[in-house]
Design a protein around this ligand. Structure first.
Ligand SMILES: Cc1cc2nc3c(=O)[nH]c(=O)nc-3n(C[C@H](O)[C@H](O)[C@H](O)COP(=O)(O)OP(=O)(O)OC[C@H]3O[C@@H](n4cnc5c(N)ncnc54)[C@H](O)[C@@H]3O)c2cc1C
Length: 409
């Protein structure tokens, strides 16, 4: 098939590679004129790494990422509540990687550029079906143009133009009052130099993990995300500004809350103040859609299911979509049947994750510990049953589609 993909993000580029590997002729149309390595850190869960491994990218990932050893939940005093082993040590077939989002995108961009047609400066404004073809209407610096294909995939992110065809009255993303500040800082490694920690509670939370090996001076690039509730959730609340991945954040918005979070193993204000970049983003998502396909087009990644960035699911689910779409098109000759099979494989699961993340995902554990022991604890068992925490984490991972070999989940 001739397939057009709107959007050269992590989801669109992985789809391009997965579809090309199944023999399709793919063209990626990216709106940005000059792609740059934008963003800060993300995590790829093992089931997404397995997909990139099938595409031959595991050595490249190993070279550019940190293999995450564990996810540690901690209170706002930095005391550990639970350590969840990740990657191979956690019983998975593949590592979990902490990686710079922009560098991963650029790596995929080069890989896709060598195998399929990748065009920048091409904003897909709309798609219409004409007979047995889909026509993409594209805005470029030289004026509008049209391209025909057998299928158009909307991988054009949270403000997707293709999604608007399915939900014309949807409006802006949903916001429930939490702002996020995301930054990277060069700092000494903490813990084992490969751990991801989320500390605090749902009103003020600090997530931190390294995304590169230490350099010669011993410093390591540390990614951090500070979430703070700035409004109480209420129906119809909309984010203060259009969610823009590149808006700069301000220290003054963070230090009053996080300025005294000095842990035994990490100086949070020290890390924040030495940030080489800091970005601000409202924690937004969208309601799950009842369908992703319309005629000869479908959606993928954030265009299909933007979700709160909890549980390392953003890029992971986009990558899993890419594989599921390629598999469905390889299994079913009829396009509509294939697109329906793709949706059946992915839409209910992604809707479930959107919902779990709205209900705070695993952060609910942090809230319970904060409510019971706001000043910290001597023994965790005095506050919460560690077995209960373990069971909750296992249940979330199962519901979110983790594939742990030892439990066949
Ligand atoms: C610039 C940027 C920075 C980000 N930084 C972070 C981060 O630091 N941390 C984090 O957790 N997540 C970040 N994300 C989001 C994260 O990459 C996604 O949640 C996840 O990877 C799913 O990717 P996606 O490919 O579905 O969407 P996206 O990564 O959003 O990619 C969508 C792509 O489509 C392009 N596009 C948009 N509209 C059109 C159109 N009409 N026609 C053609 N192309 C279009 C965009 O330019 C973009 O390249 C960022 C996204 C972007 C675009």
């Amino acid at each position: 098939m001739d397939i057009l993909i709107a959007g050269g993000g992590i989801g669109g580029l992985t789809a391009a590679l997965a579809l090309q590997a199944r023999g399709h002729a793919v063209t990626v149309l990216e709106a940005v004129r000059e792609p740059k390595p934008l963003g800060v850190g993300i995590n790829l869960l093992p089931h997404a790494v397995a997909v990139l491994d099938e595409l031959g990218l595991l050595p490249a990932l190993r070279a550019m990422a940190v293999e995450t050893s564990a996810l540690v939940f901690a209170n706002r005093h930095g005391q550990a509540i639970y350590r969840d082993a990740r990657g191979i040590a956690g019983g998975y077939s593949h590592p979990q990687f902490s990686i710079h989002r922009g560098e991963l995108q650029m790596r995929l961009w080069r890989e896709a550029g060598a195998k399929v047609t990748v065009l920048s400066g091409q904003r897909v404004a709309n798609v219409r079906d004409e007979g047995s073809q889909a026509i993409a209407e594209i805005d470029t610096a030289d004026g509008p143009r049209e391209l025909a294909a057998d299928l158009v995939v909307g991988a054009d992110g949270i403000h997707s133009a293709l999604r608007r065809r399915l939900a014309p009255d949807e409006g802006g993303p949903c916001w429930r009052g939490v702002m996020m500040w995301r930054g990277t800082s060069w700092a000494p490694p903490f813990l084992d130099g490969r751990t991801m920690v989320q500390a605090g509670h749902s009103r003020a939370k600090f997530v931190v993990y390294p995304i590169a090996a230490p350099r010669a001076d011993g410093l390591q690039l540390i990614n951090w995300i500070a979430d703070r509730r700035v409004r109480e959730p209420e129906p119809g609340l909309t984010a203060p500004d259009r969610a823009d991945w590149s808006r700069a954040g301000r220290l003054d918005d963070l230090l009053p809350t996080f300025g005294r979070w000095r842990f035994d193993w990490l100086d949070v204000p020290g890390l924040i103040t030495r940030a080489e970049q800091m970005l601000e983003w409202p924690m937004v998502d969208r309601d799950p859609l009842p369908r992703w396909r319309l005629g000869r087009s479908t959606l993928l990644g954030d265009a299909a299911h933007p979700m709160f960035p909890i549980g390392s699911n953003g890029a992971t689910q986009a990558i899993l979509d890419a594989k599921a779409l390629a598999d469905a098109l390889a299994t079913h000759a009829d396009l509509d049947t294939a697109l329906a099979a793709y949706e059946d494989a992915r839409r209910p699961l992604c809707a479930r994750i959107v919902d779990m993340n709205r209900r705070e995902g695993l952060d609910a554990i942090l809230d319970r510990v904060e409510a019971l022991a706001p000043g910290g604890f001597e023994q965790l068992a005095d506050v919460i049953d560690p077995a209960e925490v373990a069971a909750e984490i296992a249940a979330y991972k199962l519901a979110a589609g983790h594939r742990i070999r030892s439990t066949a989940a």
